[in-house]
Design a protein around this ligand. Sequence first.
Ligand SMILES: [Zn+2]
Length: 67
Amino acid sequence: MGEFTVTKWKCDRCGAVEDKRPWLPVKRSMTANAEYDVAGGSVSWKELCKDCNEWLGDQFKAMNLKL
Ligand SMILES: [Zn+2]
């Protein structure tokens, strides 16, 4: 039996796995530390699925950040 490797994309926030990176109209990412307490601590989200991307957009709006 031969072997092969399949590369999948995974959301940094919720862990959703997709065959490839979802297309997003506005791609958001976030790196935060404990002072910037959005997720209860340190976060590093570079790749987000559609749902998390929208969620993060709402958080930015709630925080009045101009991005
Ligand atoms: Zn996600």
